[in-house]
Design a protein around this ligand. Sequence first.
Ligand SMILES: [Zn+2]
Length: 409
Amino acid sequence: MFDAMADGKYLKTIRFAAAVFFAAIAFASLADIAAARDPAVTGVRLGVNDGKTRVVLDLTTAVPYSAFLLENPYRLVIDLPELDWSVDGADADGKRGVVEGLRYGLFRAGNSRVVVDLKGPVRIAANGALAKPDRLMFDLLPVSRSKFKAGQTVALNNWKPPTAAAIPVPRAKPDGDTRRVVIIDPGHGGVDPGAVRGSTYEKRITMAVAEEVRRQLEASKRYRVVLTRNRDIFLELRDRVRLAQDNEGDIFISLHADTHPKRTTRGASIYTLSERASDKEAARLAAKENKVDVISGIDLTPYSPDTGSILLDLTRRRTMEESSVFANMLIAQFRKKKINMQPIKTHRFAGFAVLKAPDVPSVLVELGYLSNKTDKKMLLSEAFRKKVGRAVLASLDDFFKHIDDLAAR
Ligand SMILES: [Zn+2]
């Protein structure tokens, strides 16, 4: 025989459990809907079977794609709508079958991209979207050089990525605003991570440093700051240069971090533009930094190489001199703020594409090496970012005083 009280209690418990149960279901489906609204890639997998290399992208929901092949070097580029990446960094170091490596991220607004580096020529033998769970797959089959078809394109329902939006028109400098315009360029971004060590990405370090430098410069009220990018998005090198010019930049500072095969190599160094590199290291670095457009899956073959002399006109020559003056002032302030510098050849020269604005003095700062344990820890610290901000601010004050003194003579 049931005790009425106990019975009531029992019922209540069941009701409560049921409520929790249904709430849990409701919660789960809400989460599912949220996930469905926010498309994300949750995995990038590689497999080899029967001589074919299969690239699989795991998705939270179905998305269209368009993929194509490029040469010099051989690459497969997969364009997708803009989506989130919840992929473990380790998955991206793909090296299987014909795949030598891969990168992913935002290419431009509305367009995420995966770039797959290939060991040699291939054709896309099969491709498609699969459901439950949603995923995309591409089968790559090695072919001879003569059979390789650059530009072979496959797409789902003829989907095409959005065309490049024009670089936003800069806001005109307000009348009476006499502040100098400082262009801060956080190196890399989006599909181009820059240097990578484990889960540490150069593109994130440069962004964090740029934001701190901007904060300090704006707080001084002496400078107007324009960042070339304000989120994790890819930007071509020439667009960074153009942004500096369009915004009437008085100075351009590109921020980077490097890796080195020698793990003991550490310290910051400052680079300016020159036709001939100051040393082998500088040439190596410039070649690496100039390669990012290739890395992000841009076909550079239509462009003719930049063969023109960069020392042609006086404007350029004066800009290069001013760049050198600023580089030395920046080095002096880095030393003053106790930022570890490369002991020799702190100021180096090479043909960096991003420093080629003919009328904006430009420097490239290599903040340190991700391949060095001490440097890596430092690069990720707030204390370091603050020091860099103070050094940049002080060197800008020195530099524009020098420019004003020259003009007053
Ligand atoms: Zn870099």
